[in-house]
Write a protein that binds this ligand. Structure first.
Ligand SMILES: [Zn+2]
Length: 297
């Protein structure tokens, strides 16, 4: 009888242990999932999400107003709440969907990381875009989110689950040519598996600045191609990053430099960048024109 009791107790403990393991692993994934969103309208756009092992959701930009529904769906499929939202710069093809979501939904956002200048700066250097910039800055100042807005400092580090995040670039108000793009926040995400560099629409001047100030931190397994894969970061910057995988937030017409008359009839420099990455022997390319795609990081 005593022996039987021990056996029953042993089996009972084993069952509880197996159930606990099952519950634990059904709530946590073994890897972090990075998703590149795809253009829903005609415009180029940029939007990424990272679902962490423990179920937290990070959003990077999100696309235009036309991309709003895709982003809402993506958030809802991943828990319905955003734990951290990184906004690279104040352009509509990056933060249009964010602006729309804050103004029209009650989606909960825990923290918004953004580095921007005063409205007067944009009015002076980028007057043609100032109307949207004002809408974006007014949105950040709304009562419901203003306390969640965080302006990161350069080289600031933080951790979300087991992802280490470092801010390698913030606004550069001294760069007044290609002004909006050169304000792009540059963010490095490092997991225990690999590293991801987000460049936003980084241009020539901020590429030089990154090479001067962050050279030893640039090397990354995965890079988001700056400015939708053309006329963005310099070849020298990509050489320092030395990526294995490229993420292209690039629609069909831009990938093919097609202004409507077929391949290579447009003024864009996508083929130049595509050649650089071939020279750097990148074999894996994820292009937004091919639809929403996910990879484990
Ligand atoms: Zn852009």
């Amino acid at each position: 009888m005593k022996k039987n009791k021990k056996i029953f107790l042993g089996i009972f403990i084993a069952i509880i242990f197996i159930i606990s393991l099952f519950v634990y692993y059904s709530n946590t994934a073994l890897t972090n999932t990075l998703t590149q969103l795809s253009p829903q309208g005609i415009s180029q756009m940029m939007g990424y999400t990272i679902k962490t092992k423990n179920g937290k959701l990070i959003v990077i930009d999100g696309g235009t107003v036309d991309d709003t529904n895709q982003l809402i769906e993506q958030i809802n499929q991943n828990g319905g709440k955003v734990d951290a939202w990184f906004l690279t710069h104040a352009h509509n093809d990056h933060v249009g969907a964010f602006t729309q979501i804050v103004n029209t939904t009650n989606i909960e956002i825990d923290a918004i990381y953004v580095s921007h200048n005063e409205l007067a700066w944009y009015e002076k250097y980028e007057p043609q875009r100032a109307e949207f910039t004002k809408v974006f800055l007014d949105t950040l100042a709304m009562d419901k989110i203003k306390d969640k807005v965080i302006e990161p400092s350069i080289n600031q580090k933080f951790t979300i689950d087991d992802i280490n995040i470092e801010i390698l670039g913030i606004k550069n108000p001294e760069f007044t040519e290609n002004p909006g793009n050169e304000q792009s926040m540059v963010i490095k995400f490092t997991t225990n598996k690999n590293s991801l560099l987000i460049l936003g629409d980084t241009g020539e001047k901020s590429s030089e600045k990154l090479l001067q100030t962050q050279k030893d931190k640039l090397k990354s397994d995965i890079v988001q191609m700056a400015h939708h894969g053309q006329a963005g970061a310099t070849k020298e910057l990509y050489e320092a990053v030395k990526p294995k995988i490229c993420l292209w937030p690039t629609p069909d017409w831009l990938w093919n430099n097609d202004a409507g008359e077929g391949e290579n009839t447009g003024p864009w420099k996508t083929f130049e960048t595509r050649n650089w990455m071939e020279q750097l022997q990148v074999k894996e390319n994820y292009i937004a024109k091919d639809g929403k795609q996910s990879i484990e990081i």
